[in-house]
Design a protein around this ligand. Sequence first.
Ligand SMILES: Cc1cc2nc3c(=O)[nH]c(=O)nc-3n(C[C@H](O)[C@H](O)[C@H](O)COP(=O)(O)O)c2cc1C
Length: 422
Amino acid sequence: MNEIVDDYRLVLGGSEYVPIMIGGMGVDISTVDLALEAARLGGIGHISDAMSLLVSDQAFGTRFIKAKSARNAASKAGLDKSMVTFDLGDLREAQRRNVEATISRKTGDGAVFINVMEKLAMGAPIDTLRVRLEAALDGGIDGLTLSAGLHNHSLGLIEGHARFRDAKIGIIVSSVRALRVFLRSARRVRRLPDYVVVEGPLAGGHLGFGDDWHEYRLETIVDEVLAFLRSEELDIPVIPAGGIFTGTDAVESLQAGAGAVQVATRFTIASESGLSERAKQTYFRADESDVVVSSVSPTGYPLRMLAGSPCLDSNIRPQCEPFGYALQAGGGCQYLDAWAATPTDARGHKLPVHEKICLCHAFSTKGCYACGHYVYRLKDTTHRRDDGSYQLPSTQHIFEDYQFSRGHEIALPQPEPEPTHA
Ligand SMILES: Cc1cc2nc3c(=O)[nH]c(=O)nc-3n(C[C@H](O)[C@H](O)[C@H](O)COP(=O)(O)O)c2cc1C
């Protein structure tokens, strides 16, 4: 097989892209810089809107988290979080600010989309989701990728927005059944998706499957989705995701009828990724046996991560007042229940909570080492330094490796210059 990814183009609403989409990685792992590189190189990058208040505080010195914490201080001592709310004005401003700042720096022929997870219910799922979607469009985002949920009301929430028909909109599904549900709602507002990402069981982070995730195969689901769209006479590009590790893996998907591929794990260790240097080196060192699919997420979805993630077995007090992203309407969160059920030691200190993690704390501190199944192959994508650490490749290097490589080869980055000793 001699084809390379660059022989193909993804066409979305009259625009042509290199058919490589870098998936959203919350919270701020797929940074603005990482997404902008994908766009500069002609592909599609994603920022994520998870914890946009925190991302804005860190990028622009706003004080949204402090204000939210102070406003909700009354519920701090107890476990009733039904009164915790987001200020919708702040949420709108943070989202718009993050998106505007990103889009204003965009170069190249590619695009920057935003990943919007429905499962982040934020205590008021409909109101907060509407604001997140509207503000992303107001900020000028090129596209909305709807993820982590069926999103069967999401399009209706922004039907009246001036950019509803001009921005690209896509949905992430893991089955034909989920796609059918979304299309039913899309037809109600006469706005079909511009692309469908099909995420398989080897993907990173939360999985759209139950505990039987290992019984599924990405290729089979993609074939089923393609056949379903043909039967409906719908010409919508299908974008497989999950375990596409080499350019040749991507070419095989494109030959099988995909419009592009969505990839993420290869980019977790890019110099532009938002993970800490320590986390990146942990990803490089990982062996296959370090990768777990765990039930600790309070969202109820299985979560693929490294077994050594700092967030596991923590006894952190629930962080609903400053954050509260995982709160259901009415104030419930599975971590609150797990926390309540965990006893204290003789000195009154909470013992480690095994069953669930505080997702807000885990993601805000980047203590959850979410990863795709093939994280243990990252060590084969770069050079090992003399001190045992690994050199970080750039986003450009990884992107172009996907774009131009053949025969399942992975090009290593230019070796770093030897350190000079005075
Ligand atoms: C560290 C990490 C964080 C992720 N976070 C999100 C997220 O916030 N929202 C989402 O829809 N998908 C998320 N994903 C899934 C990716 O966007 C992508 O679809 C998937 O990981 C592709 O498979 P690959 O990692 O094997 O290339 C995440 C993946 C990783 C590795």
